[in-house]
Design a protein. Structure first.
Length: 160
């Protein structure tokens, strides 16, 4: 009988225990990686935005997408489309920074469309984010290389 070397739990679900780089790409077992975001964390909207912004600013949009995914899965039904759209923006930036122009542009546009109907919930700069996503999607589709940290959007306006 062939031994299953894949990282699975007792029910056969992937555990994703391999180390990852800052853009979420799997690395070889034993390689030093970027600490993963814990899954299933319930945060307030403000905590979600703060943690996601910290990760985006550090050039880790894949990890920011995981924070948004927690909000989408644990938040109220009326806000799920907002948080899913925010996750799509972050993963769109991830794909763009990995060099996947088609997937990056598509996800940036899909995320922009998903959040466009919201009116600045929790101080989220919806008009600014949708403009950022559309502009970046155009550049990515045109073949421009993307640095995730340099392209990180502001989720909320800077206040002093």
């Amino acid at each position: 009988m062939k031994e299953n070397r894949r990282d699975r739990d007792d029910e056969g679900r992937a555990r994703s225990a391999r180390p990852r780089d800052g853009l979420g790409r799997p690395l070889a077992y034993g390689a030093p990686g970027v600490e993963r975001q814990p899954e299933g964390v319930v945060r307030t909207p403000g905590e979600t935005l703060s943690e996601a912004q910290r990760l985006l600013d550090a050039g880790k949009p894949f990890h920011a997408h995981e924070v948004f995914e927690d909000a989408w899965k644990s938040g109220p039904e009326a806000e799920r489309a907002l948080w899913k759209g925010m996750a799509q923006l972050a993963v769109g930036l991830t794909h763009a920074a990995r060099g996947n122009a088609t997937g990056g542009a598509r996800l940036l546009l899909r995320g922009a469309e998903a959040i466009a109907g919201f009116r600045d919930p929790y101080g989220i700069d919806v008009p600014g984010l949708t403009a950022w996503a559309r502009e970046l999607a155009g550049r990515v589709a045109g073949g421009e290389e993307v640095d995730a940290a340099r392209e990180a959007p502001r989720l909320t306006p800077i206040t002093h």
